[in-house]
Write a protein that binds this ligand. Structure first.
Ligand SMILES: Cc1cc2nc3c(=O)[nH]c(=O)nc-3n(C[C@H](O)[C@H](O)[C@H](O)COP(=O)(O)O)c2cc1C
Length: 171
């Protein structure tokens, strides 16, 4: 993978995140890592000046094993893949790292950096530094139908805003 400037990153987050999905990964070789599939999230700018800091927003339910790693670590990565890996992403989104080494059941190869992990097969990797965490709260919903639709068990996500500090692309 090669490092590029964020300005040279050309991707459509409206397609990439909800339709093609991504892997959210936190942790590293020394402390251990975990990964899960995510299809809810955003990319854009906030804080800083001008267009804001390049940032991602992710949403993680409390019961995800990956959440323990996201909460513990300063960094998380978002990995995007070609269609060839959709089956692996589906697997990693149905199985928990609590029950064993789920990555070993896929064709994906972890690559360890300084305080983060990504996958060699990714076409794009965003390394993000956590800036902000907040719970989604019931009182915040202006459209209450979303509560019944997405939270019948009231297991509201935590949202995290992370500054994109490194962009890696294949090649
Ligand atoms: C397509 C897809 C998208 C998903 N998106 C999210 C998400 O955005 N946030 C979330 O908390 N869980 C999401 N999940 C569920 C987790 O990936 C799933 O519960 C996973 O098994 C958690 O693994 P872990 O316990 O090892 O962290 C998604 C699952 C799939 C299949």
């Amino acid at each position: 993978m090669k490092k590029i400037h964020i300005d040279d990153l050309h991707m459509d987050p409206v397609v990439a995140i909800p339709k093609e999905w991504m892997l959210l990964t936190a942790g590293c070789e020394e402390r251990g890592y975990n990964t899960m599939t995510a299809s809810w999230g955003h990319m854009g700018g906030i804080w800083g000046h001008g267009g804001g800091l390049p940032t991602t927003v992710i949403y993680v339910r409390p019961q995800r094993y990956t959440k323990e790693f996201v909460d513990r670590e300063e960094l998380y990565t978002l990995c995007f893949f070609s269609e060839d890996y959709k089956k692996d992403l589906a697997y990693l989104g149905r199985n928990s790292g609590r029950d064993g080494d789920k990555v070993a059941k896929t064709g994906l190869t972890p690559v360890f950096g300084e305080g983060y992990t990504y996958f060699a097969e990714a076409k794009v990797v965003l390394v993000c530094r956590k800036l902000y965490r907040a719970p989604i709260i019931e009182e915040g919903f202006l459209d209450k139908s979303i509560i019944d639709d997405c939270y019948p068990n009231k297991d509201f996500h935590d949202m995290y805003i992370g500054q994109i500090v490194e962009v890696l692309v294949e090649g």
